[in-house]
Write a protein that binds this ligand. Structure first.
Ligand code: ZN
Ligand code: CU
Length: 491
């Protein structure tokens, strides 16, 4: 029989953590037809010449909700091997649209979005105007709370709880994969644990996850982990700790204990895991870390030289400059400098040099950790290079060069592990019948290339990327194909 594609002479890593095996892979339509020694012919053949063939990388932590609509080529992700983005993280979801648009304005200043009705409308739009990669959505608690309660800081009353639950149910019924929280951000930080348990209970029995940007990743890290686990346990729902880290010098080393709490929860039979991006710097909106004229608030205490402007809509000349440098340039103290930046660009984003390399490696080595970029798709400024380079950096820098992980294990933590945790059916593994989301790369040369000074670089060593059977990257170049789908949680 004639297949659509045969990729020959590859070393196949199937995404389960198993070692590479020489073989071929055949694609028929949007799915894998055969893996191993493939006989027969195909309309198109590709000689892998001994390169590694793995499942497409699943980015379990993204803020690509609006980028998928505004920049459907999604080249900043596909060129780095990503075939599925999980959107809606850190409490910031795609619906209800009017409150979602607040975040969209910060990430994509001046852009016009078509608007949509609920998560159902958002996922339908993705199917009607598909991006190059697949989109799986989380429901954002902050977006839901903003829509029902505005900027209120009190606990919700019974009517408000009912309205929030109805919005969460709409998202779940539409196919969302869980509920995310962002407990350092407005308005999520005003939610108490009880509110979060009651809202997360809506997910019980659905397979949807509670994913969380915790209240405090600084010296309060362990209390935060305990809260996350408590919410999942009380609600009867699996937990995903977002971007697991210890932020700020005073918290360095605490990850050994936070990892031990995850181990303990797993021993009790709880479904608790985490994701991580492979850098010692984080990134977020300045407003979340510079309240009341100081640097801190859930990210630990940071020095002005540790905080660098990534994007500033009206002031591109500030991009790449630290707060310390701006204090000198303005001739002003910290509080006045922060207030001036926030006044003139309320949506400014920053890179935070906040972590220790030892902690990054400790978290990466731990078996509870999968890979998620947390990239902010602010394509106009100097976004944190994780947006482009996360997956290549894990495989090239950390697995190959530093031996923090083996290659098959590194691949597993961005494919099979992630698909199993999030319930992405028939993805994340190479086997007959699974969707043909694939990456062909050279394990000897794959590496991230972006730096904090010059971040917008796609990785080296990635030759071809397939999404649902179609090449979105070929010979290292992004194609015109837009074969992505809206993924919906299987009932
Ligand atoms: Zn976050
Ligand atoms: Cu995030």
């Amino acid at each position: 029989m004639a297949y659509d594609w045969i990729i020959r002479n590859a070393v196949i890593y199937d995404g389960t953590g198993a070692g590479g095996v020489a073989g071929d892979l055949a694609i028929e339509g949007e799915r894998i037809a055969a893996v191993g020694a493939v006989s027969g012919t195909a309309r198109q053949e590709l000689d892998a010449r001994g390169q590694a063939l793995s499942p497409g990388f699943i980015d379990v932590h993204t803020h690509d909700d609006f980028a998928a609509v505004l920049h459907p080529d999604m080249a900043f992700k596909t060129a780095g091997g990503v075939t599925t983005s999980v959107v809606g993280n850190c409490g910031m979801g795609a619906a209800p649209f009017p409150s979602a648009a607040i975040l969209a304005r910060s990430l994509h200043p001046g852009a016009t979005l078509p608007g949509w009705d609920g998560y159902g409308g958002y996922l339908d739009l993705i199917d009607q105007a598909p991006p190059a990669l697949n989109i799986a959505a989380l429901i954002g608690h902050g977006t839901v709370r903003m829509s029902v309660m505005g900027r209120k800081t009190e606990a919700p009353d019974a009517a408000e709880m009912d309205q929030m639950k109805a919005l969460i149910r709409e998202g779940l019924d539409a196919g969302a994969f869980g509920l995310s929280t962002g407990l350092i951000y407005e308005p999520g930080r005003h939610a108490r644990t009880e509110e979060l348990i009651e809202l997360t209970e809506v997910l019980r029995g659905s397979g949807g996850l509670y994913t969380t940007h915790m209240r405090d990743e600084g010296t309060g890290l362990l209390d935060s982990i305990d809260e996350a686990i408590r919410i999942g346990e009380a609600a009867g729902v699996g937990v995903q700790i977002s971007h697991h880290k210890a932020s700020g010098r005073a918290a360095w080393g605490l990850v050994r204990q936070s990892l031990a709490r995850i181990d303990a929860a797993q021993r009790q039979g709880l479904n608790v895991h985490a994701d991580q991006y492979p850098y010692t710097a984080g990134s977020t909106v300045l407003s979340a870390v510079a309240g009341d004229g100081r640097l801190g608030g859930g990210v630990g205490s940071l020095m002005p030289e540790d905080v660098v402007i990534a994007s500033a809509a009206n002031h591109p000349e500030w991009e790449g400059q630290s707060i310390a440098a701006l204090m000198v340039a303005f001739g002003q103290d910290l509080a006045t400098t922060l207030n001036r930046v926030l006044d003139e660009t309320p949506g400014a984003t920053v890179v935070l040099h906040s972590m220790s390399e030892a902690d990054v490696q400790t978290v990466m080595r731990h078996p509870s950790t999968m890979v998620g970029s947390d990239g902010l798709p602010t394509l106009a400024g100097k976004p944190h290079p994780r947006l482009y380079g996360t997956f290549a950096r894990v495989l090239g820098h950390y697995a190959r060069d530093l031996s923090v992980l083996s290659l098959p294990d590194g691949i597993y933590r961005m494919t099979g592990f992630s698909a199993a945790k999030f319930g992405l059916k028939d993805r994340g593994v190479l086997k007959a019948g699974a969707f043909a989301d694939l990456v062909l790369f050279d394990p000897a040369t794959i590496i991230d290339r972006g730096t904090f000074e010059d971040p917008k670089q796609s990785p080296a060593g990635i030759a071809c990327v397939f999404v649902n059977g179609q090449p979105v990257v070929r010979d290292g170049r992004v194609t015109e194909a837009r074969p992505g789908k809206a993924l919906r949680r299987a009932a």
